[in-house]
Design a protein around this ligand. Structure first.
Ligand SMILES: NC(=O)c1ccc[n+]([C@@H]2O[C@H](COP(=O)([O-])OP(=O)(O)OC[C@H]3O[C@@H](n4cnc5c(N)ncnc54)[C@H](OP(=O)(O)O)[C@@H]3O)[C@@H](O)[C@H]2O)c1
Length: 306
């Protein structure tokens, strides 16, 4: 099968399409024919070795053999292991591969269930939302689940005032919609060129980060979510109410298969919709990574694998 291999660490050109062995599902796995994946900021950070820890996980001097990036996918189940009960051949699915990666390939095996201590729980594969294309569905698992778990960790609820920094990115566009779903009032921090976008998905107020320092404004918030990781709790003291919460993307609570089903439910009720900035084909993966490296994408960048 074809896969995009990260042949070295560095510039986008290190990504090269190669032939590698098609995987076979184990007894507890499904084989997914991948239709779409994403150029996620996490993929670009592994490729660029940011942070250095990447080398300890994916190869000290060079990436381990046939390192295939890709944190999230959508596609069709082509085969199932003999113990798999909840999926069948032909099911349309979306999935988080997470740091197991491997989404930049024509096929990816994932477990139906994963072990947690002595117990088993659902894996991070779920039936794709009916109202999304493969490209849209592939962008949901990483950004959608990260935003969801962060807002739940902050105990967001009706009537809360939340400020989201980096509101036009992948996490930001999911966080705005989820915060509105939970009944919060949302202030979105982004550049003026993205005001229309963030308002169209629910932002009540906007602040242009290129003109104003949001940490110095008069308003106070129950939650400040630094989705783009450019600020600090200590800088935001002035705008945080008593007993309020500052969150960024460090120390995420554990993500479970049910969380993916929860997002699917919201999407099918039209409460959540992925924002797609651009879609590239697998052959244009270098171009896609170059674009994401610039740091100005709006929502998500999808990769069509077929
Ligand atoms: N996405 C995930 O699933 C995930 C999961 C865990 C951790 N993270 C981490 O979370 C951070 C954000 O991820 P992301 O995927 O949301 O990134 P992203 O989509 O690449 O963010 C791009 C957006 O950030 C905006 N931006 C850039 N500099 C800004 C600034 N100083 N202030 C406010 N907005 C700014 C850009 O708007 P302009 O064009 O207007 O500058 C652009 O729309 C990254 O550090 C990532 O590694 C992401």
């Amino acid at each position: 099968m074809k896969a995009v291999i990260c042949t070295k660490y560095g510039i986008p050109e290190v990504l090269q399409i190669k032939e590698i062995i098609k995987p076979k599902p184990k007894n507890n796995e499904v084989l997914i024919k991948v239709y779409a994946t994403t150029a996620h900021i996490g993929d670009t950070r592994i490729r660029r070795v940011d942070p250095f820890l990447v080398r300890l996980i994916f190869g000290l001097f060079r990436p381990r053999k046939n390192l295939t990036l890709g944190l999230e996918i959508s596609g069709i189940i082509e085969d199932v292991g003999k113990n798999v009960k909840s999926f069948k051949v032909g099911d349309e699915v979306f999935a988080l591969t997470g740091f197991g990666l491997g989404g930049y390939a024509e096929y990816r095996c994932l477990p139906e269930k994963v072990k947690e201590g002595k117990q088993e729980r659902k894996g991070l594969v779920a039936i794709k939302p009916k109202n999304l294309t493969y490209e849209e569905a592939a962008t949901v698992p990483a950004g959608g689940l990260t935003a969801l778990k962060n807002l739940q960790k902050a105990k967001i609820s009706k009537g809360h005032k939340i400020l989201i920094n980096g509101a036009s990115g992948s996490l930001g566009t999911y966080a705005i919609q989820l915060a509105k779903y939970y009944g919060a009032e949302v202030t979105a921090v982004c550049s003026a060129q993205n005001f229309d976008l963030v308002k169209s998905i629910g932002a009540d107020n906007v602040i242009d980060y290129t003109k104003e320092d949001f940490t110095q404004i008069q308003d106070k918030y129950d939650i400040v979510y630094d989705a783009v990781m450019k600020s600090k709790a200590s800088k935001c003291r002035k705008i945080l109410k008593r007993n309020s919460v500052f969150i960024n993307n460090y120390r995420l609570p554990k993500i479970k298969g049910d969380d993916l089903l929860y997002l699917k439910g919201l999407i099918e009720k039209n409460k959540l919709k992925p924002v797609i900035d651009r879609t590239y084909s697998m052959e244009d993966i270098v171009e896609a990574h170059r674009y994401v490296d610039k740091g100005h994408k709006k929502g998500n960048v999808a990769i069509r694998m077929r």
